[in-house]
Ligand binder design. Structure first.
Ligand code: GDP
Length: 445
């Protein structure tokens, strides 16, 4: 997501960096480039105008002319403005004083509401809540069943009308679900409503009726980021027809431009609260404007990376691995395999690497990252004897041939892996030494 914008802006800034002081002409030229970058990213025109005029005003002011490094100061201003346009502070969910908290999802059909219901349920469950999903989309064939499947995957309860009871009344289902949730001690109710392929009055009325019947604590408008400028029109229509408190952007994984993300907040005045980045339940997180801005400017998103790591590994596991790393020579191919599997658990490698600063410029290489490479490496290590894993130096020609046969790869691949392992071992010693880790070879004593 945001690749085009990110590429454009980074190149604008890299040409600025060669300059010492910035003249008004430099600033004007930069602002023109930023404007083009935003328009190309499909950001709505009024948003572009405001954005550029803020940047220009600040860039001409004292904070840039008196800065030691004017170019860097401009990057900072653009970063600040991006954070602002994306909503400033992270907006968290508001929970009801007396449970259950009622969250209602609204949006067009295909926006990703049902998928999102599951994602949200999983996310809330991880935080210790007991959510219940409610099937109030009784229009689309299979919608109820789809929610049941999603609920099962998210290990969340689903409240749905009995099959065979005719079309059913979504308003009644939604209303009854609150009572059910209370009785079954669910502290959060997530109501999935029906969508249409296009905006229509009937759809708006039904959503408004459900809203009136359950008085939700949060109405979330779910919108597919890939529909570009249409996202703004749709948001406006839902704002007028139903009203909402926050926005969820879906399919950010498929949208290279990201204009919707940058426009929706400014146009509707409602914050983006969550973002979906794939079809799997895990591809979902709270939306943090500052982190997103940082990603757009290719400054990386280390915070999210750290959080993902914390969520995936328990502390003991991490401490054990850190201990191994620090002990240098004790690091074996078994540890290597274990470490690789830990990284694997954190999610697709490409996403992880994409969060590192400066990775935006290596996008082509990133796109070539093949998850299957990891599986091959794992297969090679698993074909080794425990002795070979402990001490790969003993792997000679005939052992290499046996391992290659066992793992279905070539002898050269086996040799390559062993060489890479030795390199990694060497590098770890240097890094640990360079960081002055006490007790490490070359480190502080
Ligand atoms: P609904 O009609 O609003 O309930 O939409 P669905 O939840 O059925 O989603 C429509 C399609 O979009 C499904 O095929 C989902 O798998 C897919 N989808 C949902 N969210 C995402 C996402 O974040 N990324 C991608 N790539 N696909 C998504």
């Amino acid at each position: 997501m945001f690749e085009t914008l990110s590429d454009r802006l980074t190149s604008v800034f890299s040409s600025l960096r060669s300059k010492g002081r910035l003249s008004d002409a430099d600033i004007d030229a930069t602002c023109r480039e930023i404007r083009i970058a935003l328009l190309e990213a499909d950001v709505a025109l009024p948003v572009v105008r405001d954005f550029v005029s803020h940047v220009k005003e600040r860039a001409r002011g004292a904070e840039v002319s008196q800065a030691l490094n004017p170019a860097q100061q401009v990057v900072k201003i653009v970063n600040d403005e991006l954070v602002q346009i994306l909503g400033g502070e992270t907006r968290r969910l508001r929970y009801a004083k007396t449970p259950p908290t009622v969250i209602m999802l609204a949006g067009l059909q295909g926006a990703g509401k049902t998928t999102l219901a599951g994602k949200l349920a999983r996310w809330l469950r991880e935080q210790g809540h007991a959510p219940m999903l409610v099937a109030a989309d009784l229009q689309r064939p299979n919608a109820v069943q789809q929610l049941q499947v999603v609920g099962e995957r998210a290990q969340a309860a689903v409240y749905a009308p009995e099959p065979g009871n005719g079309v059913g009344d979504p308003v009644a289902v939604a209303r009854d679900s609150i009572e059910q949730a209370r009785r079954r001690q669910h502290d959060i109710v997530i109501i999935d409503t029906a969508g249409r392929l296009g905006i229509d009055q009937e759809l708006m009325r039904q959503a408004a009726d459900i809203r009136d019947a359950v008085s939700p604590d949060e109405v979330l408008f779910v919108v597919d980021a890939m529909i570009g400028q249409d996202a703004v029109t749709t948001a406006q229509a839902f704002m007028d027809g139903v009203g909402f408190d926050g926005v969820v952007l879906t399919k950010l994984d498929g949208d290279a431009r990201g204009g919707a993300a940058l426009s929706v907040r400014h146009i509707t005045g409602r914050p983006i609260m969550f973002a979906s980045t794939g079809e799997k339940l895990e591809d979902f997180d709270a939306f943090h404007p500052d982190r997103m801005a940082s990603r757009i400017l290719d400054m990386g998103d280390i915070l999210t990376l750290i959080e993902q790591a914390q969520r995936t590994f328990d502390e003991q596991e991490a401490a054990k691995m850190a201990g191994k790393l620090v002990s240098g020579d004790g690091f074996t191919l078994d540890d290597f395999l274990e470490q690789m599997m830990m990284v694997r658990k954190m999610g697709p490698l490409k996403n992880l690497l994409g969060m590192m600063p400066g990775m935006g410029q290596m996008r082509d290489q990133l796109n070539q990252v093949d998850e299957r490479d990891l599986d091959r490496v794992a297969a090679i290590i698993r074909s080794m004897t425990p002795g070979e894993r402990q001490d790969p130096k003993i792997i000679n020609g005939s052992r290499r041939a046996r391992i290659a046969r066992g793992s279905g790869v070539t002898v050269t691949e086996v040799a390559g892996l062993v060489t890479r392992f030795f390199d990694a071992q060497k590098m770890m010693k240097q890094v640990a030494g360079g960081m002055g880790i006490p007790g490490m070879p070359g480190g502080r004593k």
